[in-house]
Design a protein around this ligand. Structure first.
Ligand code: ATP
Length: 302
């Protein structure tokens, strides 16, 4: 997966028009949205590469949904600019529409219709062949339930069906706002597998989530948003190494388990002592978590 090493910064002039190759698929520069006195998004800049899973993380009210709403043409930016596939999000909305789709929390399905009927309605709306519905049900592993009414579906199945519906126009970028919220661990895992398969197939995924482990597992890069600003942007691994605290779990001969901070000289001294006295049975080191990074950057946990 293509990965940029560092966040984009500054405000380079943006050309509009079709893009190709390894150019960013989404380019955002100094994007601002205010509602009266409320600064929902306060000048953010970043690039998303084609096929990348880009995690967008932040507390409630950090500005995630507002950013998605601007990028998908649902609300106009107050300032700054952004392009998708080289098309300006404000001026070229019609060119962008066929390239994107969106799954957000309170979207509705036709509960009294079957899954395949739901998809066929949207196939007709988008002017694509109805057989696309079956292909998509296959992709989200709902073929066996194609003829069941949606009201009999579990939350996880509904969420997979919503994703299938969002793929009806074969979008190049899929915006997923909290896709696994409220799902049980198995359904959430199935959904994450699906997101990964989409990305492997070349779809760019812009993902918001409150689940740090999910962001870590799925995202090629993550941006941390705090009070409308991006406070960090990099690969999960790089962020964890830079901001997380490295620890080791040490099992001693007396069966006591100790956790030591590898960056703490006092702990390093304790470890050296145990090693010297041949007290160490096993030792597992681990990097910090994205949760640690977020607390370090935003002052509190998600
Ligand atoms: P959550 O995780 O709760 O969905 P979020 O990161 O998506 O939060 P936004 O919904 O983008 O945050 O909201 C950012 C800020 O903008 C909040 O202070 C919110 O109250 C405010 N806001 C969002 N939409 C509007 C609106 N239509 N009118 C006024 N204020 C708004």
């Amino acid at each position: 997966m293509p990965v940029l090493a560092s966040p984009s910064s500054g405000s380079p002039a943006m050309a509009t028009g079709p893009i190709s190759g390894d150019q960013p698929f989404i380019q955002v520069r100094d994007l601002v949205k205010t509602y009266g006195d409320v600064h929902a998004v306060s000048g953010i800049s970043f690039d998303v590469m084609p096929g990348e899973i880009f995690g967008f993380l932040g507390h409630n009210g950090a500005g995630k949904t507002t950013t998605i709403r601007m990028l998908t043409g649902r609300t106009r930016p107050t300032g700054g600019s952004a392009t998708i596939a080289g098309h300006d999000i404000v001026r070229d909305r019609d060119a962008i529409k066929p390239l994107i789709n969106l799954v957000f929390e309170d979207q509705n399905l036709y509960e009294r219709f079957t899954a395949i009927q739901n998809l066929e309605i949207f196939a007709d709306l988008y002017g694509v062949p109805r057989r696309r519905g079956l292909e998509l049900l296959e992709m989200v592993r709902l073929t066996d339930a194609a003829k069941r009414k949606v009201k009999t579906y579990s939350s996880g199945m509904k969420q997979r069906l919503l994703i299938a519906r969002s793929l009806i126009n074969s979008p190049k970028v899929l915006f997923l706002d909290e896709p696994t919220r409220g799902l049980d661990p198995t359904s959430a895992r199935e959904l994450r597998d699906l997101i990964r398969r989409l990305s492997d197939g070349g779809t760019t995924v812009f993902l918001t989530t409150h689940y740090m482990e999910e962001a870590d597992e799925l995202s090629d890069r993550v941006a941390f948003l705090s009070a409308g600003k991006i406070v960090a942007l990099d690969t999960p691994r790089e962020l964890k190494l830079r901001f997380g605290s490295r620890t080791a779990s040490v099992l001693l001969r007396d069966r006591q388990e100790q956790t030591i901070a590898l960056d703490d000289p006092a702990d390093a001294g304790r470890l050296a002592g145990w090693m010297r006295d041949d007290q160490v049975l096993t030792m597992h080191s681990q990097e910090g978590t994205l949760e640690d990074v977020f607390i370090a950057l935003a002052g509190r946990s998600l």
